[in-house]
Ligand binder design. Structure first.
Ligand SMILES: Nc1ncnc2c1ncn2[C@@H]1O[C@H](COP(=O)(O)OP(=O)(O)OP(=O)(O)O)[C@@H](O)[C@H]1O
Ligand SMILES: [Mg+2]
Length: 352
């Protein structure tokens, strides 16, 4: 187990800034997820922690010791990357045991540890097969077993589930979370999938354009997004964002008015999650529009309402489907709204 501290960690590739001075302290045993869209600097950050890429600026400390310049092999961490990089000519057992073999662990102990690691990811019956004879999910588990066989002090995982189909991903996600909790090994995990981040993380770091947007528990990031980028990135579908103006205690938009207590004045962006909105007859609603689409999701229905020149997503009950093109109203619970600055999108903390 280990703590990891990043001090003003930065990386440039020529003129391109891949990561801007990043400050972060990762606790012992923590499951930390780096979340952000493609190109925001996630893999670059991981590769620097792993020792595969030299930082342009700043320091990396593992257990309080600066590791800049120390070879990847000597940092005592295990990596699982998107392409599992298994050795095709080795059996599953040999693949899992390889990190022990290169460290000179004797054969008997190696076998014992390989069997234990394989059992943890439910691969016990497959140790003699070769990677080509496995499904994608089984290969993924071989890569995981190879990471855990050595009980390193730190796991680095970069989109390790991205090659799996949706169902297997959900299963492996639960297995991974369970495994990490039972091992208690500090884990840094990269994904662009916000559901994966929400379900796995103790804390999420949202990255965008080489900078941290927010650090918080999944609950904090979901319920109090720090800016419009985080609000529009987290949640499925994400938070609705409406630009308008606050005047005389109400948010005013071309499509209607939402009364707000103790609100600031001027131009703002109003945010509301789909599950915090309700449909109503146009005469009883805060905002009015027409039904753009109505999708039954099983346990709920997602209704997209065309309001002004945008769409507002409303999550309602499974029996509340709507006819496309119908005139409809949207009710907003004022206490469940979020306000952001029109300029720059920063969260405004003036809500009651
Ligand atoms: N070796 C390199 N040389 C030049 N530019 C690079 C190099 N590696 C990464 N970059 C650039 O740095 C930025 C961050 O890349 P990075 O791989 O960290 O993104 P990412 O967040 O992992 O994205 P993805 O979700 O697509 O994997 C990108 O603009 C990328 O093009
Ligand atoms: Mg990447």
């Amino acid at each position: 187990m280990a703590t990891v501290t990043l001090n003003k960690l930065g990386k440039r590739f020529g003129a391109l800034v891949a990561l801007e001075a990043l400050d972060l302290a990762i606790e012992d045993g923590e499951f930390l997820v780096l979340l952000g869209p493609s190109g925001c600097g996630k893999t670059t950050t991981m590769r620097m922690i792993a020792g595969l890429e030299e930082p342009t600026s700043g320091d990396i400390l593992i257990d309080g010791t600066r590791v800049n310049g120390i070879h990847a092999r000597d940092r005592d961490l295990a990596m699982v990357f998107q392409n599992y990089a298994l050795y095709p000519h080795m059996t599953v057992g040999e693949n899992i045991g390889y990190p022990l073999k290169v460290r000179g662990v004797d054969r008997a102990e190696r076998l014992r540890k390989v069997e234990a690691a394989a059992a943890q990811v439910e691969l016990s019956g497959l140790l003699l097969r070769r990677p080509a004879e496995l499904s994608g999910g089984q290969r993924q588990r071989v890569a995981l077993a190879r990471a855990i066989v050595r009980t390193p002090r730190l796991f680095l995982m970069d989109e390790p589930l991205s090659n799996l189909d949706a169902k297997l991903r959900t299963v492996m996600r639960a297995e991974l979370k369970h495994l990490q909790q039972s091992l208690g090994t500090t884990t840094i995990y990269v994904t662009h999938d916000q559901v994966e981040a929400m379900t796995l993380a103790d804390r999420i770091v949202v990255l965008h354009e080489a900078r941290i947007q927010q650090v918080g528990t999944p609950h904090e990031v979901y319920t109090r997004p720090a800016n419009t980028f985080v609000a529009g990135f987290i949640g499925s579908p994400p938070m609705n964002l409406l630009a308008g103006e606050i005047r005389d205690g109400a948010f005013r938009h071309a499509a209607g008015t939402v009364p707000l207590a103790a609100a600031p004045r001027g131009e703002v962006v109003l945010g509301a999650r789909p599950e915090d909105l309700a449909l109503a007859a146009p005469a009883d609603a805060h905002l009015t529009g027409t039904v753009f689409s109505s999708e039954l999701l099983g346990d709920s229905t997602l209704v997209n309402v065309a309001i002004g020149d945008g769409l507002v997503a409303v999550k309602v009950g499974p029996d509340e489907g709507q006819r496309v093109g119908a005139a409809i109203g949207v009710r907003v619970a004022p206490a469940k709204t979020h306000l952001f600055a029109a300029e720059g999108g920063r969260r405004l903390e003036t809500q009651p």
